[in-house]
Design a protein around this ligand. Structure first.
Ligand SMILES: [Zn+2]
Length: 343
């Protein structure tokens, strides 16, 4: 991000209107008033975490800020069968070429990325099962790519909105599946979540592992927190031949058991991935939900890109550092609230 200060001030003003610093201590969000806005009542210490997160988010990461600071989830979902698929027009969006060697085959909500190499495709994430056949298999074909050339599928984590098409890719195309060990366990232990069958355990991802296909490697950074086996990634793309490095964040929201130990793990992973991104010289931040990286909007913005303008995904190393500051500070806020509540 080239100039965060003005935007940060603006956002502080915008969100500051909903933040009440109150004495005595009261940290339970009050219900929506008749304006429809939820007022968050925080202690000064809690508000300091939120202020740092808002400043880091500026206008670049408002979706992430809302998800983990303003209205965070507070626990995991139950092991139940998924609801019926939503109407197609709520999730369908066209596939797109985004970099010389990276293609979007996701939905309006979830991202699936196809990284092309000299010897086939590395696919990152597989959406919900209801979307995977049309968005991924159909999307690759629409883009002139062969789904049978997907040799590896890396799953950011084992929740259904990312692992839904893994079985399809494994069964139909023989793609090798790369999943974090604890998330293989999570998939295998689920009783109700996979009514149409589960993917079979394949490659167990490890920290620092390189998934290499032809001339291209993806480096795995294990970032437990969102799930115990969440995988983040570092890899290179090319923009009109110019190499650029992507930091891919594999898990974000707080829908895990909300206790101090889990937040300690999550916070350590945010710091770890921030360092990995900085060390690799990453200037692109990607995630698995458009809510966090604005992927679908940025893809649309590409139509308005003029020659020599930066790629909409190229936000710079400073912005990437700020992204992981948002998730870290918001997790610190949640952790602090837990510790206060336990007193
Ligand atoms: Zn998830």
């Amino acid at each position: 991000m080239r100039c965060a200060l003005g935007a940060a001030v603006g956002l502080s003003l915008a969100l500051g209107a909903t933040t009440v610093i109150a004495q005595p201590v009261e940290s339970v969000p009050s219900p929506a008033n008749n304006t429809g806005r939820v007022f968050i009542t925080l202690t000064p210490r809690e508000d300091a975490y939120l202020a740092r997160a808002k400043e880091a988010a500026a206008f670049d990461f408002t979706g992430t800020l809302v998800r983990v600071c303003v209205a965070p989830q507070t626990g995991p979902g139950a092991d139940v069968a998924p609801p019926p698929p939503p109407a197609r027009d709520t999730w369908y969006t066209d596939p797109a070429k985004v970099f010389d060697n990276l293609y979007f085959v996701g939905t309006r909500i979830h991202s699936s990325w196809a990284l092309t190499t000299s010897q086939g495709i590395i696919l990152i994430d597989t959406l919900y099962d209801y979307a995977s056949d049309e968005a991924i298999v159909g999307g690759l074909k629409k883009l002139g790519l062969d789904p049978a050339s997907v040799k590896y599928v890396i799953i950011s984590h084992g929740h259904l909105d990312h692992v839904g098409g893994a079985k399809l890719m494994q069964d139909r195309f023989g793609s090798r599946l790369v999943v974090g060990g604890p998330d293989w366990d999570m998939i295998e232990q689920s009783v109700h979540r996979f009514p149409n069958g589960k993917p079979r355990r394949d490659i167990v991802a490890t920290d620092g592992q390189k998934i290499t296909l032809g001339d291209t490697s993806v480096t795995i950074v294990t970032t437990p927190g969102h799930t115990p086996g969440t995988l983040s990634l570092i890899f290179q793309v090319r923009d009109h031949g110019k190499p650029l490095t992507v930091a891919y964040s594999g898990g974000t929201a707080f829908n895990f058991p909300n206790d101090v130990a889990h937040f300690d793990t999550y916070i350590a992973s945010q710091r770890k991935m921030a360092k990995a991104a900085a060390d690799a010289g990453a200037t692109i931040l990607m995630s698995n939900h458009s809510e966090f990286d604005n992927a679908v909007t940025k893809i649309k913005m590409m139509a308005a890109r003029k020659p020599r303008e930066p790629h909409p995904f190229e936000i710079g190393a400073d912005a990437i550092a700020r992204y992981f500051k948002v998730t870290e500070e918001c997790a610190e806020l949640a952790r602090y609230k837990l510790m206060q509540a336990a007193k």
